[in-house]
Design a binder for this molecule. Structure first.
Ligand code: GLY
Length: 369
């Protein structure tokens, strides 16, 4: 098992990564430190709950948790809503949770965000343990404390920063991840390579076969590397204030608009971010800030990982995309702020880019090539 520590201004906590961490004694110690003597509500979705709910309960009970209860909500981004959260508050009351209790988020990005938001707000905030079961949640969303829900108007528009006390990633859970969700996680990994780590990017490009096949040693290395990168960024800028953490949003302003305009039932998060990274790179090239060869390299990698780089949903016009992008959390006074690449492994924030160019770039990625 590998363990690293996230140290932010508000909290410091371990991230445990390995196979069978839900049953391993070393991870069990970290879990004991977090939950012994506490009542726990394990929140997961209708796909993950039946698969891993029992293993999570066993791990929690073995670690000394008392009164472990479970709550499940419907799987899918469309359920990442305040209505779902309201239902979970009622379950937390029914389970008798108090301020000494813990919420355990068991699942992918949606479960982590929803359960995390419940933990951040129930009784004004109780303890949170993240047990990510998807590749995306392991490399990104379970670490760093961003929790929240979507509105029809935009993704993640309601939320909080609420750091977990522990992240426990059991790589064995990846064995049941559907291929589309697997690729969704790969998109976030490409994001780390493009925005922060050229060596990681090159490794991904040279190992696309093993990546797609889920080679266990490679995946463990990559999950650990992404968590380390995330820990460094979040340690430097927990609340996205200094301009450091914002770089983790590479591809996300375009991506979030794609998800929201698709009613959260079209492209999934990773697919939308893949198209978003392609658009961001096009824009950076058009602005003369990125060599075209680097954009082409990114496109080759995304395509080799079977991720989309174009849009074929007629609802996603450039005008609608721009409207949705202006509602992004990074916008200021309705003006866009975009994270754009300057090279493989490096990004910058560009405020108020020429909107006619943004429109042109979106238009250029619509329909088949
Ligand atoms: N997923 C971006 C962040 O956590 O800041």
């Amino acid at each position: 098992m590998r363990q690293l520590t996230v140290i932010t201004t508000s909290a410091s906590y371990p991230v445990c990564i390995g196979r069978e961490t839900l049953a391993c004694p070393e991870a069990g110690q970290a879990l004991r430190a977090a939950v012994a003597g506490r009542a726990c509500l394990v929140i997961s979705d209708s796909q993950v709950g039946p698969l891993y709910g029992a293993a999570a309960r066993r791990a929690l009970e073995a670690a000394g948790a008392v009164a472990v209860r479970a709550a499940v909500f419907p799987a899918g981004e469309a359920a990442k809503t305040l209505d779902t959260v309201a239902g979970l508050y009622r379950e937390a009351v029914a389970a008798g949770l108090d301020r000494t209790s813990a919420v355990v988020a068991l699942g992918g990005g949606v479960a982590g965000d929803v359960a995390g938001f419940v933990a951040a707000t129930f009784l004004r905030g109780i303890m949170l343990v993240q047990m990510p079961t998807s590749l995306l949640a392991m490399v990104d969303s379970s670490v760093g404390g961003k929790v929240g829900v979507d509105l029809p108007e935009g993704k993640n528009l309601v939320g909080a920063f609420h750091q977990p006390v522990l992240v426990l990633a059991d790589l064995a859970c990846l064995g049941t991840l559907p291929p589309r969700e697997w690729r969704c996680g790969l998109a976030e990994i490409v994001k780390y390579g493009m925005s922060l780590d050229a060596a990681l990017f090159r490794r991904l490009a040279s190992e696309t076969g093993p990546l797609l096949a889920g080679d266990p040693a490679l995946i463990e290395d990559i999950v650990a590397r992404c968590c380390q990168l995330k820990a460094e960024v979040v340690g430097a800028d927990e609340r996205e204030e200094s301009g450091r953490r914002v770089i983790l949003n590479y591809g996300h302003t375009f991506g979030h608009a794609i998800e929201a305009l698709g009613g959260y039932t079209g492209l999934n998060h990773g697919e939308a971010v893949a198209v978003g990274m392609a658009m961001a790179a096009d824009l950076a090239v058009a602005l003369g800030r990125l060599p075209p060869a680097a954009a082409a390299e990114q496109e080759r990698l995304l395509t080799a990982l079977h991720l989309p780089v174009r849009l074929d949903d007629p609802r996603l016009t450039a005008d609608r995309m721009l409207d949705a992008m202006r509602r992004d959390k990074k916008s200021r006074g309705g003006r866009l702020r975009l994270v754009l690449p300057t090279d493989i492994g490096r990004v910058e924030v560009v405020a108020d880019p020429d909107e006619s160019l943004v429109r042109q770039v979106i238009g250029g990625r619509r329909g088949s090539a």
